[in-house]
Design a protein around this ligand. Structure first.
Ligand code: HPA
Length: 281
């Protein structure tokens, strides 16, 4: 942590106080939308849209495909806050900066975090454009947002990670996908720092390690969310096929295009899960 824990806590509290002044929405669910996956925002009845650069202490996103706003409103009748655009380590932010918004969401009263990301598919049964429910993760970023003095008021020094992706929320997501006729893969997400995509040798290693998909986000946010006791649910959309024996070069435009292909499926499942949370799930 570059700042002292006290000033970090104060910054989180200041951002939350600012946001409580800006909006009457009191979100129960927080949503983080990944690269090329901002369209769920269109389903939100937005009451207040607050650009990141207006929020004290908030990092500002640098990736073009990300809008950089916090949306407050209702989704399927549930009060939500959604990050349209997220922060990545490869942009140069610290793990604490990346996860600052999650701390703020919790401070605002959020109890459940839904996350999406674009990921490379290494499981040979997965195809570009598939939707995958994350069942577990492997942190290969070499850093952890919880390194540094622990803030005991936020959570324990050694948080449990035996089931980071809430079992009952995953069951809900499966039920929604089944009901809507959406094919949803399930698997393990491994996170790396990026920004380069992996070499053939790296994909081979990551697959052998036990991962189904690889990406550059989500895990820091989920670690912090679990530290604070939030229930988490996360999805990947497979944007490129990472099979070492027949690897083809990939452009960012193709990744964003594939994210667009899978987006309606992911949006439908997320919306259905939020609706059920609104009914008490
Ligand atoms: N590797 C890492 N991150 C990614 C990939 C990938 O192949 N595709 C989309 N995000």
């Amino acid at each position: 942590m570059t700042e002292s824990p006290t000033s970090y806590v104060a910054a989180v509290e200041a951002a939350a106080a600012f946001l409580r002044d800006q909006t009457a929405v009191r979100p129960k669910v927080g949503i983080i939308l990944g690269t090329g996956l901002g369209a769920l925002a269109d389903d939100i009845e937005v009451r207040d849209s607050i650009p990141y650069d207006a929020i004290p202490g908030f990092p500002v996103s640098t990736v073009e495909t990300h809008a950089g706003r916090l949306l407050f409103g209702t989704l399927a009748g549930v009060d939500v806050v959604a990050m349209q655009g997220r922060f990545h380590l490869y942009e140069g932010y610290s793990p604490q900066q990346i996860t600052f918004p999650v701390r703020v969401m919790k401070e605002l009263g959020v109890g459940t975090l839904l996350v999406s990301n674009a990921a490379g598919g290494m499981n040979p049964l997965f195809r570009r454009g598939d939707l995958m429910l994350i069942t577990d993760h492997i942190n290969l970023q070499g850093v952890n947002p919880l390194i540094g003095p622990n803030v005991d008021a936020w959570g324990p020094r050694f948080p449990d990670m035996s089931d980071p992706y809430d079992r009952s929320l995953r069951a809900l997501a499966e039920a929604v996908a089944l009901e809507e006729g959406i094919k949803m893969q399930q698997g393990v997400y491994v996170v790396v720092t990026g920004p380069n995509l992996e070499t053939r040798a790296e994909y081979r290693m990551l697959r052998q390690m036990g991962a189904d998909v690889v990406g550059m986000s989500t895990v820091p946010e989920v670690i912090v969310a679990r530290h604070m006791g939030l229930r988490c649910l996360a999805f990947s959309v497979i944007t490129d096929e990472c099979f070492p024996e027949c690897l083809a070069p990939v452009e960012l435009a193709e990744i964003v295009e594939a994210a667009g292909l899978a987006e309606p499926k992911m949006t439908a499942v997320m919306r259905g899960v939020v609706a059920r949370i609104g009914q008490g799930a």
